[in-house]
Design a protein around this ligand. Structure first.
Ligand code: OAD
Length: 236
């Protein structure tokens, strides 16, 4: 590390939550090897069979509610508390482990499992309980319009105006535990790099957009990220 950073952006994916016991998507025993994306994570699937989609996320909620943050999530909190920079977390994860670990400035670009959105009025509310197509919006009273506030394939990402600003102004971009195959998030490193940021990747293995990163740190993020944060704080 040769200079101090002023604006740091973390981009996180399912790999940062793997050591908290939550499945990733594309590993051998990952979610997308057990379920078809076309059945549970596209907007077409939701319109075709909303109850099937609700059931999928209803079953996931208790597991996500019980999950606890691991040392990788906590390392981000430590950095935010001790390193004098603006530090933001852009996450593709729909779990709430960043918040449980005390992370600040968290942007859920793929939504949150504990939120529901009304497709009629846009009202977003929180629940860890079950939701069905029979439920009525608490805000506008519309029937059969509630959808998990999770960005399905075919929908636009959330918070993108702010995230674009962060990517264009950061001087350090750190990707943790994402395979880099789902766009637009997979392209964030390129934007940050074009605007001058140093780019680091933490993963278990080489990823498909590997060459866009200046540095690669391989291994479980629960070990590698706390070590990296410790080093950053020592060198500061
Ligand atoms: P993936 O399952 O595609 O990738 C997880 C990545 O984490 C892989 O590259 C693993 O090598 C890495 N990994 C696993 N365990 C790790 C650990 N302990 N430490 C560090 N890295 C580890 O998950 P995402 O990239 O998050 O979208 O997937 C992107 C999006 O695809 C998800 O947000 C989801 C999915 O469709 C929605 O649900 C909207």
């Amino acid at each position: 590390m040769t200079r101090k950073y002023k604006n740091i952006v973390f981009l996180t994916g399912a790999g940062i939550s793997a050591e908290s016991g939550l499945s990733t998507f594309r590993s051998e025993d990952g979610l997308w090897n057990k379920h078809r994306v076309e059945d549970v994570a596209t907007i077409e699937a939701f319109y075709r069979n909303p109850d099937y989609v609700h059931e999928f996320y209803n079953e996931m909620r208790p597991e996500f509610l019980a999950a606890q943050p691991n040392p990788a999530h906590k390392a981000i909190t430590t950095l935010q508390q001790k390193y004098p920079a603006k530090i933001s977390v852009v996450t593709q994860n729909v779990d709430t482990l960043h918040e449980k670990a005390g992370n600040q400035n968290v942007y859920h670009i793929h939504g949150q499992i504990n939120q529901i959105v009304c497709l009629n009025c846009g009202h977003v509310f929180e629940t860890w309980g079950e939701v069905s197509s029979e439920d009525v919006c608490e805000q506008c009273g519309a029937h059969a319009m509630l959808k998990p506030n999770i960005v399905f394939f075919g929908e636009g990402l959330l918070c993108m105006d702010e995230v674009d600003r962060l990517l264009q102004t950061c001087d350090l971009f750190i990707s943790v535990g994402t395979s880099g195959v789902v766009y637009p998030a997979a392209g964030f490193v390129q934007i940050a790099k074009m605007f001058g940021a140093d780019t680091y990747e933490f993963n278990m293995e080489k990823t498909s957009n590997n060459r866009l990163f200046d540095e690669h740190i391989y291994g479980p993020a629960g070990t590698t990220l706390p070590e990296f944060v410790k080093k950053m704080l020592e060198e500061e």
